[in-house]
Design a protein around this ligand. Structure first.
Ligand code: ZN
Length: 109
């Protein structure tokens, strides 16, 4: 899948975690050097009932990273290990669908 993020083309790939060691223990990751988001396919121990919803949340999380990278906020921004402040990124990823609904209801988009 291809996405346009702030005018740049990004690719989203879904991979099996055992084929990509970076996915070990993660739902996905963002590689700004390749404009690439890699998402983990379902693992044996993932809960089937909620996997798709969790995967969507993880994808939103990685897309927020991509927006930050594309807007010039990359390594060494706040979070010393990853460059981005993970709590705020996760907050946006979790709350955005609710915020979008409110924005639409309020007619402020
Ligand atoms: Zn993150």
């Amino acid at each position: 899948m291809k996405l346009s993020i702030l005018g740049s083309e990004w690719t989203i790939e879904y991979r099996n975690a055992d084929a990509d060691p970076i996915l070990d223990g993660r739902g996905g990751y963002t590689d700004p050097s390749a404009a690439l988001i890699v998402m983990a396919n379902k693992r044996k121990d993932d809960d089937v009932r909620y996997f798709k919803e969790i995967q969507k949340r993880y994808l939103r999380h990685e897309i927020v990273h991509a927006f930050l990278f594309e807007s010039g906020l990359g390594p060494n921004f706040e979070h010393s290990q990853y460059g981005h402040e993970e709590t705020m990124i996760d907050w946006i990823a979790i709350q955005f669908p609710k915020m979008l609904k409110v924005f639409e209801e309020a007619g402020c988009l």
